[in-house]
Design a protein around this ligand. Structure first.
Ligand code: ASP
Length: 446
């Protein structure tokens, strides 16, 4: 191994584990941000200068550097996953299981979210004065989101046709990239490549392998500064917004967190126990590095290299199954996002006094499942989708302003559930494939 690669790999092993270092950055960022907010006040000129000129750009640099690696990583990982599965029947089977589990879990997650919002009714008692203050504070950001949502307003048929990009170069050139389009292309390309004779296939598989390794190393190198990046992101967030937003929105935040926790523990727990052959707490312990990375980056895509490593080395999922399931899942299997969308739409409907009928809530369910599949695995990607769903059910899309202040924190939490779901599906699919082949459950490392 060359010295750079060796150092990139060993950095994880020698000192404190990387996810613990990230947690440190997280805690320091929050504590310093909260102290600055309480001691100086959010509008203090020195604090504003530090945030706008130092911590915010530093945090954004970290996130952008991670996202920079996503396109080559997803493309190469998926091509390798498809080719690695070998025969197309196995690919079809693994693909069908992944899709089936994704759809079922997403639908369940939205039902959990809708049930929680109907039960707790977090929007009913939000004071009109607080509502007006929040709408005014985030009006310009919300107007931007709403305008984007209306610009993207498509009929059902148009959005189905739009799933296939006519030009892969322009699909990945978008910001954020069209991940669904990229995935379809990589899948299709991988299938076509798998059909080639060995001498045609081999050079391209070698290239994909090299691209994948290089992109993973890029992410590892960026993750070395994760404690600083995460600390800066958290400092900027808490010093600017403080915790006072959490008070009027406490019920809403608690409702989202409670529902996410239920999904992560009860739904994934049942799936893992019944179909995955693994206990929930064992799973959580093994999956911890990926879950911490998801929490600190708010991005399923940026967590992909860690998730792939965790699934292979700590959960015992065969590489080709992990490569396929996790890469697709990072974009398509977003239970936390779908659940969050369900709760948020209902919350905002309650705030604006719009009584959603059962039929309208079913529409929210279907749209949230579709949105969970279509949302890119990058920070705040679900916000424009919520604006679209809101306008579909007659709630002012600008109402999104009310939740923007707490979105960063909720994004961290829902991304943990997104990544947890991908890993749970990978374990389940791997188990069912291995029992089909007559083997035992995935042999998880200790
Ligand atoms: N940040 C989420 C993810 O990457 C997507 C979202 O809900 O905004 O998984």
């Amino acid at each position: 191994m060359n010295p750079l690669a060796a150092r990139a790999a060993s950095g994880y092993r020698d000192r404190m584990p990387s996810h613990l270092r990230i947690l440190w950055g997280f805690v320091v960022g929050i504590v310093l941000g909260a102290a600055a907010h309480l001691g100086l006040g959010a509008d203090h000129p020195a604090l504003v200068a530090v945030v706008t000129n130092a911590t915010e750009p530093a945090g954004k640099l970290f996130l952008r550097a991670l996202l920079l690696c996503v396109v080559p990583l997803v493309a190469s990982s998926l091509v390798l996953g498809v080719v690695g599965l070998g025969d197309l029947r196995k690919l079809g089977r693994v693909g069908a299981k992944t899709l089936g589990l994704t759809l079922c879990l997403s639908a369940i997650s939205v039902v959990v979210g809708l049930a929680a919002a109907n039960l707790v009714r977090p929007g009913v008692d939000l004071e009109p004065a607080v509502r007006a203050r929040l709408v005014a504070k985030y009006a310009s950001n919300a107007a931007e989101v709403a305008a984007k949502a209306t610009a993207d307003d498509q009929t059902f048929a148009e959005s189905i046709v739009g799933i296939i990009p006519p030009n892969i170069a322009s699909a990945v050139a978008k910001n954020p990239p069209d991940m669904l389009g990229l995935m379809l292309f990589a899948l299709f390309f991988g299938v076509a490549l798998a059909l080639q004779p060995e001498q045609v296939k081999k050079p391209l598989v070698d290239v994909a392998e090299a691209v994948f390794r290089a992109a993973s190393t890029m992410v590892h190198l960026v993750m070395k500064v994760a404690p600083i990046g995460v600390g800066c992101l958290l400092f900027s967030m808490t010093s600017r917004f403080g915790f006072e937003l959490l008070v009027p929105l406490a019920l809403y935040v608690a409702c989202v967190l409670g529902a996410l926790l239920f999904h992560q523990l009860a739904v994934y727990g049942a799936l893992l126990r019944v179909l995955g052959g693994m206990g929930l707490f064992d799973f959580l312990r093994r999956a911890q590095p990926a879950l911490v990375t998801a929490f600190s980056t708010s991005s399923s895509n940026a967590t992909l290299p860690t998730a792939l490593e965790v699934s292979e080395q700590r959960l015992g999922v065969p590489r080709e199954i992990g490569g396929f399931v996790l890469t697709i899942g990072a974009t398509a299997n977003q239970n936390g996002t779908a659940l969050f969308e369900g709760v948020t739409v209902l919350f905002l409907a309650q705030v604006f006094g719009v009584d959603l009928t059962l039929g309208q809530q079913l529409t929210v369910l279907v749209l949230a499942v579709v949105a969970g599949i279509g949302t890119a695995g990058v920070p705040s990607a679900s916000i424009p989708f919520i604006a679209i769903v809101l306008s579909q059910v007659g709630v002012p899309a600008e109402g999104i302003a009310i939740v923007l202040g707490v979105d960063r924190f909720l994004d961290m939490c829902r991304t943990v559930v997104n990544v947890g779901g991908d890993l749970a599906v990978a374990v389940t699919v791997a188990r069912s494939e291995s029992s089909r082949a007559g083997g035992a459950a995935p042999a998880a490392a200790p």
